[in-house]
Design a protein around this ligand. Structure first.
Ligand SMILES: O=C(O)CCC(=O)C(=O)O
Ligand SMILES: [Fe+2]
Length: 273
C-alpha cells in the first residue's frame, strides 16, 4: 500500500468512526436531516447556475374539462405571494368597469367590484413566469397582460360574460387564470353555466354540488385562497369558444379578492375575415 493510499484510508476510517459516533449519539433522524440539508444546499447551488431566480413553488394541476380546456390548480400561489400581491395593490383600486361596444363604463347592473392593476415587481414577475410556463410556449405573439386584482364586498358580482372580445378582428384574449387571493366569503363562486358537472363526486371538494349549486346551471368553482381556475378562450381553429361563458356569483357576506392573469394573442385573426 503506498503512503498516500494509507493516509487516505486513515482519513476514511476516521470519518467513518465520526459518522458512527454521530449516528450513535443522535440517531438516524439527525443523519437524514443532515443529508437533506446538504442535498437542498446542492440543489440551490445548482439552481443558481441555471437560473438566478428558480421558482421552487409547488402546485397541483388537474384537468377539469377538455373542451373547453379548463384546469383546476391547487395552491397556485403561496400565502406569502398572496399577502404580497394584496399589499402592493392597496391604494390602486378603482370601481370596475365593463366593455360594451368599444365603450368602457361603470355599469352596476353588470359588475360591482373594485379592480387594480398590480404594480410589477420581482414577486409579480415570478408569478407571471409560473403562469406563462404552465400555458406552454406560444411564441412572441402571445403575451401576458398586466395582472389585475378584483375585490368584491357583500353584494359584489360580475354578470355572465366572456373574456374574449367579439368586436375586435386583430388579436384577442387567449387564456385566463382566475386565482383566488381572499376567499373569506359566502357566495362568490365562479360559475360556468355551459360546463358539464363531472360524474366523479370527488370534484365536490372544489365545485358546488347538490344544494350548494343554488339553482345555477353548470359548474360553480368555490373560491379557495391560493387556488386557480385556468381556461382557454379560443378554439384551436381560431373561433371564440362559447363554452367559457362565466360569472362571479354575488358575494353574500365577507370579501373575495381574485387575481386575473390573461394572455393576449396578437396573431389571432377573426376567422373568415
Ligand atoms: O371573480 C370571478 O370569479 C370571475 C372574474 C371574471 O370573470 C373577470 O374578472 O373577468
Ligand atoms: Fe371573466
Amino acid at each position: 500500500m503506498s503512503l498516500s493510499t494509507t493516509m487516505f484510508s486513515r482519513k476514511y476510517y476516521a470519518a467513518a468512526a465520526v459518522g458512527i459516533a454521530i449516528f450513535a449519539i443522535f440517531g438516524s433522524q439527525t443523519i437524514s436531516n443532515t443529508v437533506s440539508i446538504v442535498t437542498q444546499g446542492l440543489q440551490r447551488w445548482a439552481g443558481t447556475i441555471t437560473s438566478p431566480h428558480p421558482d421552487t413553488h409547488a402546485y397541483q394541476v388537474q384537468f377539469f374539462s377538455r373542451d373547453p380546456l379548463v384546469l383546476y390548480i391547487d395552491s397556485f400561489l403561496s400565502s406569502d405571494e398572496i399577502a404580497h400581491v394584496l399589499k402592493i395593490s392597496e391604494g390602486h383600486y378603482e370601481p370596475s368597469s365593463v366593455y360594451n361596444n368599444n365603450d368602457i363604463s361603470i355599469n352596476l347592473q353588470a359588475r360591482v367590484s373594485e379592480s387594480a392593476i398590480v404594480p410589477r415587481d420581482q414577486v409579480v414577475r415570478r408569478i407571471e413566469k409560473r403562469a406563462a410556463k404552465l400555458m406552454g410556449w406560444r411564441g412572441n405573439h402571445t403575451r401576458l397582460q398586466p395582472l389585475k386584482v378584483q375585490r368584491y364586498g357583500p353584494g359584489g358580482f360580475y354578470t355572465f360574460h366572456y373574456d374574449w372580445d367579439a368586436l375586435v378582428e386583430d388579436g384577442n384574449r387567449a387564456t385566463t387564470f382566475m386565482i383566488y387571493l381572499v376567499a373569506d366569503c359566502t357566495g362568490g363562486g365562479t360559475n360556468f353555466p355551459r360546463l358539464a358537472v363531472p360524474e366523479d363526486a370527488r370534484w365536490c371538494g372544489v365545485i358546488e354540488c347538490g344544494e350548494g349549486r343554488d339553482g345555477y346551471e353548470g359548474v360553480t368553482f368555490r373560491p379557495v385562497a391560493g387556488s386557480a381556475v385556468y381556461w382557454e378562450n379560443i378554439h384551436p381553429n381560431g373561433t371564440l369558444h362559447l363554452g367559457v361563458r362565466h360569472a362571479s356569483l354575488p358575494v353574500r357576506e365577507g370579501v373575495k379578492v381574485g387575481l386575473n392573469i390573461w394572455s393576449w394573442d396578437d396573431a389571432w385573426r377573426k376567422p373568415g375575415v
